[in-house]
Design a protein around this ligand. Structure first.
Ligand code: ATP
Ligand code: MG
Length: 251
């Protein structure tokens, strides 16, 4: 069975898509079979993978019209993707009325989970019913976060949502950790925020952290992850370090 990683943060622009992409690509480089699920109607992960044409999207799975196998496109060696476009935004209304609406993604993934070592779900910026579908299907949660005081407010909300999901929908869900991203290490504030997380939340924090680089922002326009586009840049090396730590924690 695969490990299903939901990459979440209900705050926008916290590196969810960048982290999903680089984690998946880096695991694939290590010979793991990876499936990306783009669970954000913005379709940023689909775009970042350089995928612009497809017959079906995740929305077709949500409407339960199409088998997940028919939606999967190959991105690169060991990497597949269930693509998404803006149509996904229209599924919210359907979902609000659907029976067992929290389990739709879970049911779809059960059909294919033997084919992949890791399924990585890039969530949208909100704790919507789509995100709840991700948390219901997931085995682990990864939270990329900038270490600012405002991000801490979000962590509280994420934590209580996860507790709700554990109680009602998926008792096996675990938080693998917070990955600090876009960190300017000269800022003393980062250390203070880490201390606050350690003192107030029962959430592990990765020792690895990812700094800032314009390369990270450029890579999506080339349809590549940073570690493929600019392997020697500091951000790529940090993501590689993170992947090693991630694999140790997942064992
Ligand atoms: N380490 C980094 N250094 C510099 N820029 C980065 C870095 N990581 C991500 N970015 C850029 O910051 C922006 C936000 O990152 P990303 O899209 O990964 O966040 P997100 O949480 O998925 O956003 P959204 O809430 O829109 O889904 C993007 O333009 C991305 O290219
Ligand atoms: Mg995103």
């Amino acid at each position: 069975m695969s490990e299903i990683i939901a990459v979440i943060n209900q705050k926008g622009g916290t590196g969810k898509t960048t982290t999903s992409h680089n984690l998946g690509y880096g695991l694939a480089q290590k010979g793991k079979k990876v499936l990306f699920i783009d669970l954000d109607p913005q379709g940023n992960l689909t775009f970042s993978c350089g995928i612009h044409e497809f017959n079906y999207t995740l929305a077709d799975i949500i409407y339960q019209d199409v088998n997940i196998l028919d939606t999967i496109v190959n991105v690169s060696k060991n990497v597949d993707l269930v693509p998404t476009d803006i149509e996904l935004a229209h599924t919210e209304l359907f979902l609000s009325k659907a029976e067992e609406r929290e389990y739709i993604l879970d049911k779809a993934l059960k059909k294919i989970s033997k084919k992949y070592d890791f399924i990585i779900i890039d969530c949208q910026t909100s704790l919507s019913v789509l995100t709840i579908n991700a948390l219901t299907a997931a085995t682990r949660i990864l939270i990329p976060m900038q270490l600012t005081i405002l991000s801490l407010k979000g962590l509280d909300l994420i934590n209580s949502t996860i507790d709700d999901v554990k109680r009602n929908l998926n008792e096996n869900l675990k938080i693998i950790g917070v990955l600090p991203v876009m960190i300017d290490k000269r800022r003393k504030l980062s250390d203070e925020v880490i201390e606050i997380i350690e003192d107030n939340f029962d959430i592990p924090i990765f020792d690895s952290y990812v700094g800032l680089s314009v390369r990270a922002a450029e890579a999506p326009s080339f349809g590549k992850s940073v570690i493929e586009y600019a392997p020697s840049c500091k951000v790529s090396q940090s993501y590689q370090e993170f992947i090693k730590e991630f694999l140790k924690k997942i064992r």
